[in-house]
Design a protein around this ligand. Structure first.
Ligand SMILES: Nc1nc2c(c(=O)[nH]1)N[C@H]1C(S)=C(S)[C@@H](COP(=O)(O)O)O[C@H]1N2
Ligand SMILES: [Mo]
Length: 539
């Protein structure tokens, strides 16, 4: 029986060598990607590709479960996976030799390259971050393998014997390494020094990338932008839009609290000085507008509530802001809509698409190419420099952020991003209401209790909100003022809660007289329904 030659280098050390190589590879890749295009960072490209290929239901689950953090969760997952793989590559390289390790790194490089090159606007240069990352990682791996061991003089005892009582078997039988006849010992200090150096290089690369990427960010351009005044300003909000109940969602959602839902793994950085909007397809005169040209058109201001179709009953993916923008209808009229066109297929700078009914945009409502949100240029995450805002439609069929292209077409010719993934082609917002206070599961003091929330049925308006305690009669809530039918509406009511557990349900009636259905439906394919119902304990 031949005993396998004992390994002088413990497994953790080989794994750490691999991890260091992986860290350097990613650091260098991010440094190279930053000044060119952050989307060419292989981890971002793989994340984006995962988002695009994952089925709608999974994405919906991710958005619901991780909320705004869904992208952070995907990157963390990809990073954990890469860390485990690099550690494995380190062990493989130590056992079988450097070429195996390099092959392992190259394999991940290939996955990264596929993801990078299948992006809609990929170019050959985009492969540089991945290729240079893999080269740097391979070089680091070679260095780490070398530093893990040091040669032993003939007959000498391994010096760090004492350090390795737990690995006595390893160090007492120094292995014969690649140079036959030359005995080596584990070099803990060499390894740790190499790892520290490697991680320092990786960290500095990431930092350097951040700095370089800063020059790429459009935040400076955004800050410098002074938006023209609206030709048609929104009147001041009527008194009493906010009932000022503690815990109740404010009428105007500050941009920093506004929900964010999109497929962009890295927030697109769209420079307003090179931005253009192309309107083409079934039109008499295709137009291409620069940002300056867009701003020269009369601007309209409107209070509009946006809602996401993925929102569960009672969920948070709804927000209200004062938008400033150019009416889409005017741009489309300038282009001359041809008869028979029923869909606007809009595309964002990162290739996301959205199909909107032409008649909704042309019927006089405040459908905007928006440039401002709550008195400021659009935040980058919310579509800077230009996004669509169309009251009455869920975001996935209306609210294209970073919009650059509108093709006038037909629903029977084109499909958009979400409609080709099982969501409905038309997405009118369903009448919804939500209880904000008390919170679900809250403990309240028995007696008179304030119940309050918001309700929305954009462009139809909210005509009534009713509340039922313990499945009792529906009682009408007091409605707050609204500037019009395109925003949500706050409501409140008092109920006398006796000690014990209670259920509280809410339903709204829209401006057409239709009451929100009690039938429970999931978000897919065209929006969740059912009554938001909470339970509280009074004592
Ligand atoms: N470019 C782009 N625009 C997009 C999306 C997207 O994924 N990419 N998502 C849409 C969806 S589903 C919604 S609900 C709204 C959300 O807008 P917000 O993130 O500003 O709240 O943006 C819409 N516009
Ligand atoms: Mo959405």
């Amino acid at each position: 029986m031949s005993r396998a030659r004992p390994e002088v280098v413990p497994g953790w050390a080989a794994a750490l060598g691999g991890l260091t190589a992986g860290a350097v590879a990613l650091g260098v890749a991010s440094l190279v990607a930053a000044p060119v295009n952050p989307d060419t960072f292989p981890v971002a490209a793989v994340g984006n590709a995962l988002v695009d290929v994952s089925p709608g239901a999974l994405k919906d689950f991710a958005i619901r479960t991780f909320g705004e953090n869904d992208k952070a969760v995907v990157s963390a997952g990809v990073l954990v996976l890469l860390a485990a793989a690099s550690a494995g590559i380190g062990v493989l390289a130590r056992r079988r030799g450097l070429p195996y390790g390099v092959a392992g790194l190259a394999l991940f490089g290939v996955v990264g390259l596929v993801a990078v090159l299948t992006r809609p606007d990929a170019s050959a240069m985009d492969t540089l971050p991945t290729i240079l990352g893999v080269l740097a990682g391979s070089w680091t791996l070679a260095v780490m393998l070398r530093r893990m061991t040091r040669p032993l003089p003939e007959e000498a005892e391994p010096a760090d014997h004492a350090d390795h009582a737990d690995h006595a078997d390893h160090v007492e039988r120094p292995e014969v390494m690649r140079a036959p006849g030359r005995r080596v010992a584990f070099d803990r200090r060499g390894l740790l020094g190499g790892a520290a150096g490697g991680f320092a290089v990786a960290g500095l690369s990431v930092l350097g990338g951040r700095l370089l990427g800063g020059g790429q960010s459009v935040e400076a351009a955004r800050r410098a932008l002074v938006l023209p005044r609206a030709s048609v300003p929104a009147p001041p909000l009527p008194a009493g839009t906010d009932l000022r109940v503690p815990g109740l969602t404010p009428f105007v959602t500050p941009a920093r609290d506004f929900y964010r839902v999109d497929t962009a793994f890295v927030v697109p950085q769209v420079d307003p000085s090179t931005w253009t909007l192309r309107v083409h397809g079934m039109v008499d005169r295709p137009v291409e507008l620069s940002f300056a040209e867009l701003l020269r058109r009369p601007l309209v201001e409107a209070d509009v509530t946006l809602a996401c179709v993925s929102n569960e009953v009672g969920g948070p993916y709804v927000g209200n802001a004062r938008w400033l923008g150019v009416p889409m209808a005017e741009v489309l009229r300038a282009a001359g809509l041809r008869a028979g066109a029923d869909m606007l297929l809009s595309t964002s700078a990162d290739g996301w698409t959205c199909g909107t009914p032409v008649e909704v945009v042309m019927d006089g409502r405040a459908a905007l190419f928006a440039v401002g949100m709550n008195g400021e240029p659009l935040p980058t995450e919310h579509g800077f420099p230009v996004r669509q805002v169309i009251p009455g439609l869920y975001g996935y069929v209306s609210a294209t952020k970073w919009v650059v292209d509108v093709k006038v077409t037909r629903f029977d010719v084109d499909t958009a991003y979400w409609t080709s993934r099982g969501w409905s082609a038309l997405g009118p917002v369903k009448t919804e209401s939500r209880i904000d206070v008390p919170g679900d599961g809250a403990s309240v003091r028995a007696g008179r209790t304030v119940i309050a929330g918001v309700a929305w049925a954009q462009h139809r308006g909210i005509a009534a909100v009713e509340v039922s305690v313990d499945r009792g009669e529906w009682r009408a809530a007091r409605l707050a003022a609204t500037p019009g039918p395109d925003t949500w509406r706050q409501w409140s009511i008092e109920a006398d809660l006796r000690p014990g557990g209670h259920s509280i349900a809410v339903r709204a009636t829209d401006g057409t007289g239709r009451t929100q259905t009690a039938a429970v439906a999931p978000p897919v394919p065209d929006g969740a329904t059912g009554h938001h119902t909470i339970t509280v304990t009074a004592s």
